[in-house]
Design a protein around this ligand. Structure first.
Ligand code: 2PG
Ligand code: MG
Length: 430
């Protein structure tokens, strides 16, 4: 395989779905194969995430330009990786990590490193002549994920909507991935109709979900349950609910602020709120139900609800194996959200995913960012790693549907070998 050595690495400043610049990397191998990847970007970013390098030059893109990260790709990183074997992803990523030399990839930028890491994975797949999910997961990879459709957007992803960020549909009872998508679409359209009939806005937020100004947060959950029924499905059995309240964004000075309701809650009161919601509504998963450093709160939450509810750490775990190990040993959360740009290399993201999936009672959810592009790498990754779950927004907006469409193509390609996880990969059912 000597001919799959990296020959050239180039970068380009392109746009994400919020109209901000981001890094695209293209890699060419000696054998002529090419691979390309675009790096996503978050809005509700955790403090412990790897560093996203922005130029800070107010005269360009309000300081959000990525020319420095691009330059790092094309100079220092390119110099180091040209000549490396593309199929040795672990060796390549080890090199990227040591080249940067910092704990959070702040010297070269996690966006620069991740672009190279993912583009090399694509180039290697092209060189082998197989799809990315086969290149990374082998010919046995066949599990299509439960899609978590974010149909109602609040928090940092939509002005004047709910305090909590994401209200998602989980089509746990669908027989196939394709049917799960149909369930999701039908409930999304039923929700739009309901909102219209009640005089609420049907404008959408960053991830393609609706963003109405509701009276309070629980109204969003009630609307979703109504929409599931209106679309002809059984709440909980066909389509359940998953939440990402992203409470790190609500946490300050030891309490959680629900601005739209004029309420301040302690950590224990937040746990009570989730226990109450889970008792009343068909909720199967809650992500970031508490803030990123509220470890004691997470332990309380996990001991109260962890046996019946999937408790996903996003800002808490930031796709970081060290934080994951700590969470596993403290029994704080029981699932990891996997966002490749939180950690900065493919190998590290895969390692964290595999640790979670191999720990009894734990699960992993592949995830997009709120700032996305047409890049569909995470769809292939979900199948390659057999995460059994993915969240990549609503069933609307091109950068979100690109991932679902990619999964539909993979499902079709796998044919009779394709299987669908339904709710079976939720942490409480494993
Ligand atoms: C999250 C994500 C993705 P962001 O909190 O899980 O939905 O949002 O990319 O803004 O961090
Ligand atoms: Mg989150």
């Amino acid at each position: 395989m000597a001919d799959d050595r990296i020959a050239a690495v180039t970068a380009l400043e392109v746009l994400d779905s919020r109209g901000n610049p981001t890094v695209e990397v293209e890699v060419r191998l000696e054998d002529g194969s090419t691979g390309r990847a675009i790096v996503p970007s978050g809005a509700s970013t955790g403090a412990h995430e790897a560093h996203e390098m922005r130029d800070g030059d107010a005269k360009r893109f309000g300081g959000k330009g990525v020319l420095d990260a691009m330059t790092n790709v094309e100079t220092e990183v390119a110099d180091a990786v040209v000549g490396q074997l593309a199929h040795d992803q672990q060796g390549l990523d080890r090199l990227l990590v040591s080249l940067d030399g910092t704990a959070n990839k702040s010297r070269l930028g996690a966006n620069a490193l991740l672009g190279v890491s993912l583009a090399v994975a694509h180039a290697s797949a092209a060189s082998k002549g197989v799809p990315l999910y086969v290149s990374l997961g082998g010919t046995d990879a066949h599990l299509l994920p439960l899609p978590l459709f974010n149909v109602l957007n609040g928090g940092k992803h939509a002005e004047d909507s709910t305090d909590f960020q994401e209200f998602m549909l989980a089509p746990v009872g669908a027989p196939t991935f394709r049917e799960a998508v149909r369930y999701g679409v039908e409930v999304y359209q039923a929700l739009k109709k309901l909102l219209g009939e009640r005089g609420f806005s049907t404008n959408i937020g960053d991830e393609g979900g609706f963003a109405p100004s509701l009276a309070n947060n629980v109204a969003a959950v009630e609307l979703l349950v109504e929409a599931i029924t209106a679309a002809g499905y059984r709440p909980g059995e066909d389509v359940a609910l998953a939440l990402d309240p992203a409470t790190t964004e609500l946490y300050e000075d030891g309490h959680y602020t629900l601005k739209s309701e004029g309420r301040l809650l302690s950590s224990a009161e937040m746990v009570d709120l989730w226990a109450d919601w889970c008792a009343r509504y068909p909720i199967v998963s809650i992500e970031d139900g508490l803030a990123e450093d509220d470890w004691e709160g997470w332990q309380l939450l996990t001991s109260r609800l962890g046996r019946t509810i999937q408790l996903v750490g996003d800002d808490l775990l930031v796709t970081n194996s060290e934080r994951l190990d700590r969470a596993i040993s403290l029994n704080a959360s029981n699932a990891i959200l996997v966002k490749v740009n939180q950690i900065g290399t493919l190998t590290e993201a895969i390692a964290a995913t595999q640790t979670a999936l191999s720990t009894p009672g734990w699960a992993a959810v592949m995830s997009h960012r709120s700032g996305e592009t047409e890049d569909t790498t995470i769809a292939d990754l979900a199948v390659a790693l057999g995460t059994g779950q993915i969240k990549t927004g609503a069933t609307a907006r091109g950068e979100r549907t690109a991932k679902y469409n990619r999964l539909l193509r993979i499902e079709a390609q796998l044919g009779a070998r394709a299987s669908y996880a339904g709710g079976s990969m939720l942490s409480q059912r494993r």
